[in-house]
Design a protein around this ligand. Structure first.
Ligand SMILES: *[C@@H]1O[C@H](CO)[C@@H](O)[C@H](O)[C@H]1NC(C)=O
Ligand SMILES: *[C@@H]1O[C@H](CO)[C@@H](O)[C@H](O)[C@H]1NC(C)=O
Ligand SMILES: *[C@@H]1O[C@H](CO)[C@@H](O)[C@H](O)[C@H]1NC(C)=O
Ligand SMILES: *[C@@H]1O[C@H](CO)[C@@H](O)[C@H](O)[C@H]1NC(C)=O
Ligand SMILES: *[C@@H]1O[C@H](CO)[C@@H](O)[C@H](O)[C@H]1NC(C)=O
Ligand SMILES: *[C@@H]1O[C@H](CO)[C@@H](O)[C@H](O)[C@H]1NC(C)=O
Length: 456
C-alpha cells in the first residue's frame, strides 16, 4: 500500500487531498512576469454571467477575422450534452453524440477553424481522466483538427485563468492604423454551463484599438507564450475509423445556438456589453499569479484610506483575511459580499474560518443571493478609486509568495518546498466609469443577499 501511494505521488497523481487529481509542472518555475500598468485611455468592454458571458465569449470566436490566431487558457471544458463526467472514471460520447455538442463555444471553434482558417492554441489541465474506449471527448475532437493545437499546462500546479485572445492577421481590412483588432478576455467564467448561465461571474474584454490596451494585450500574450513553451502534449488515446474521422474533421458548418439570458426573478440583469474608452486620466494594468500577485495585491490594499468593497466567491487565505481585519480595525469601511454557496467542502471550511473571525471582530458580512448557483466573480474596489478583477479567489492557491529561501521560484512537485500554486490573471483600473459599472452589480447583488451569521 505504501509503495502504491509512493508510486502515485511520484507520478504526480496525488496532490492536495482537497483538489481533483491533475498533473503538475515538471520543472521549477521562476517568477518572471512583472505587473504592467499603462497611464491613459484603454478600450474595453465588461461582461457578467448569467446574462452576457456566453454571447460575449462565443461572439469573440465567431467574429474573429479570417486567418486569426486564437489563444485559449481554460481550467477545463465541460460538455453541455453529457460527454464529460467530472473528475473520475472515463468520459466521452460516441462520435454522433459529440458532434451534437450544444456548448456554443465548441462548434464556434470548429467553424472558425474550418471555414475561416482560424488557428487555435488551447491550454488546459491534465486531470488524468481517460476517454472511454470507443468514445471521444471534447478536447480529443478539437485536437484531431489540423489547425487546433491542444496542450496541457505545466508551468505551475494548476491553470486557473479563464482567458481568450483573438489576434487577427496583420493588415486585416478594417483594422486601422495602429489598431491591432486584437481582443483579449479575462474573466472568472469556467467553461461549464453553470458558470455561463447560472452563476454570477465577471469579466473584461480588452479591445485593441491602438490605445493603452495594446500594451496589456502584449503582456497577456507574453504570459501565454511562456506557458505554451512549457506545456506537455495532449494525447488522443483512442483511434477512430476512417468514417468516424470524416465526421470528426468534416468542414461542414455546425449550428451555434447562443442561449438567451436566463430570466431569474429578482436578479439584477447586467446590460449588453459595449466597447468604451476609459478616461485619459486613468491608469490600468494587468498582473499574474503566482509571480508578483500577492505583493501587488497587498501593496494596493495597503493604500486603503476609507473604503474597501469586495465581491468575491471566497476569501480563504490567512494573509488576506488578516489584512481585511486590520483595515477594518483601522476604521476602513469594509463591504464583503461573498458567495453563499461554495462547491468545495474544504474551501467552505476555509471561508467559514475567515468570516467567523471577521464577524467576531465586529465586521458585518453579506452572502450573495441564492438564485445564483454560485457567485463566482472576483473583484474589489479600493477607496472607490481602484478596481481589481481576478480569475482567482483570495485563496492561498491564487495569491501566494514563493517560499523563503527559494529565490523567487516554485519548485516542481514533489519537491519538499513544492506549493500548490495556480496561474491566474488580474486586471485593474482607476477609471470611474468601469468602477461605477462593477459597483452597480455589487450593490444590487448586495440588496438581494442575506446577512452572514455564524451558523453558515
Ligand atoms: C471552476 O473551475 C475550477 C477548475 O475546473 C474548479 O476547481 C471550480 O470548482 C469551478 N468552480 C465553480 C464554481 O464552478
Ligand atoms: C450514440 O450514442 C447515443 C446516445 O448515447 C445513442 O442513442 C446512439 O445510438 C449512439 N450511436 C451509435 C452509432 O452508436
Ligand atoms: C492518454 O493516456 C495517457 C497515459 O495513460 C494519459 O496520461 C492521458 O491523460 C490520456 N489522455 C486522454 C485524453 O485520455
Ligand atoms: C477604420 O477607419 C474607418 C474610417 O475612419 C472607420 O469607418 C472604421 O470603422 C475603422 N475600422 C475600425 C475597425 O476601427
Ligand atoms: C503592507 O503593510 C504591511 C504593514 O501593515 C507591511 O508589513 C507590508 O510589508 C506591506 N506590504 C506591501 C506589499 O506593501
Ligand atoms: C460603508 O459603505 C457602504 C457601501 O458603499 C455605504 O452604503 C455605507 O454608507 C458606508 N458606511 C459609512 C459609515 O461610511
Amino acid at each position: 500500500m505504501r509503495g502504491l501511494v509512493a508510486a502515485l505521488v511520484l507520478a504526480g497523481a496525488v496532490a492536495s487531498p482537497y483538489r481533483p487529481s491533475f498533473d503538475h509542472q515538471t520543472q521549477t518555475y521562476t517568477v518572471s512576469h512583472k505587473p504592467v500598468s499603462v497611464d491613459g485611455s484603454i478600450n474595453l468592454e465588461l461582461f457578467f454571467s448569467p446574462d452576457h458571458s456566453i454571447d460575449t465569449i462565443t461572439n469573440l470566436i465567431q467574429q474573429a477575422p479570417d486567418g486569426s490566431r486564437i489563444d485559449i487558457g481554460t481550467p477545463s471544458m465541460d460538455s453541455w450534452v453529457g460527454c464529460t463526467y467530472g473528475d473520475s472514471g472515463c468520459q466521452g460520447c460516441n462520435v454522433t453524440g459529440m458532434r451534437g455538442e450544444t456548448f456554443p463555444v465548441f462548434p464556434a471553434i470548429l467553424n472558425a477553424a474550418h471555414q475561416r482558417s482560424v488557428s487555435f492554441r488551447i491550454i488546459s489541465n491534465n486531470y488524468n481522466t481517460p476517454t472511454c474506449e470507443g468514445q471521444i471527448a471534447p478536447f480529443d475532437w478539437l485536437a484531431l483538427q489540423s489547425n487546433i493545437e491542444v496542450r496541457y499546462f505545466a508551468s505551475v500546479t494548476f491553470l486557473h485563468e479563464k482567458y481568450v485572445q483573438v489576434v487577427p492577421p496583420a493588415g486585416t481590412p478594417g483594422v486601422n492604423g495602429s489598431a491591432s483588432g486584437r481582443k483579449g478576455a479575462v474573466s472568472s467564467v469556467n467553461w461549464s454551463r453553470t458558470s455561463f448561465t447560472k452563476n454570477r461571474e465577471a469579466g473584461v474584454v480588452l479591445v485593441g484599438k491602438g490605445g493603452g490596451e495594446e500594451e496589456l494585450l502584449d503582456a497577456l500574450t507574453a504570459v501565454f507564450e511562456d506557458d505554451w513553451s512549457r506545456t506537455t502534449p495532449y494525447t488522443v488515446n483512442n483511434t477512430y475509423s476512417p468514417s468516424e474521422m470524416s465526421v470528426i474533421t468534416s468542414p461542414a458548418a455546425l449550428p451555434v445556438t447562443i442561449p438567451s439570458p436566463p430570466s431569474i426573478p429578482g436578479e439584477f440583469v447586467t446590460p449588453v456589453p459595449t466597447v468604451f474608452s476609459t478616461s485619459a486620466s486613468s491608469t490600468s494594468g494587468v498582473f499574474v499569479s503566482p509571480d508578483y500577485s500577492m505583493d501587488t495585491l497587498l501593496a494596493d490594499l495597503n493604500t486603503t484610506q476609507s473604503s474597501l468593497e469586495i465581491h468575491i466567491y471566497q476569501v480563504t487565505d490567512d494573509t488576506l483575511c488578516d489584512k481585511i481585519e486590520e483595515l477594518f480595525n483601522n476604521g476602513v469601511n469594509v463591504t464583503l459580499l461573498a458567495s453563499s454557496a461554495i462547491y468545495s467542502y474544504y474551501d467552505k471550511n476555509g471561508a467559514r474560518y475567515c468570516y467567523k473571525r471577521l464577524y467576531d471582530a465586529g465586521m458585518s458580512i453579506r452572502l450573495t443571493p441564492s438564485f445564483f448557483t454560485y457567485s463566482h466573480q472576483k473583484y474589489w474596489i479600493i477607496d472607490g478609486k481602484k478596481l481589481g478583477l481576478s480569475t482567482g479567489n483570495w485563496s492561498p492557491t491564487d495569491f501566494n509568495w514563493p517560499m523563503p529561501g527559494q529565490s523567487g521560484t516554485y519548485p516542481a512537485f514533489p519537491d519538499p518546498d513544492w506549493q500548490d500554486a495556480n496561474r491566474d490573471l488580474q486586471f485593474f483600473t482607476t477609471d470611474a466609469g468601469v468602477i461605477q459599472r462593477f459597483r452597480q452589480v455589487l450593490n444590487n447583488d448586495y440588496e438581494q443577499g442575506t446577512d452572514y451569521t455564524t451558523s453558515w
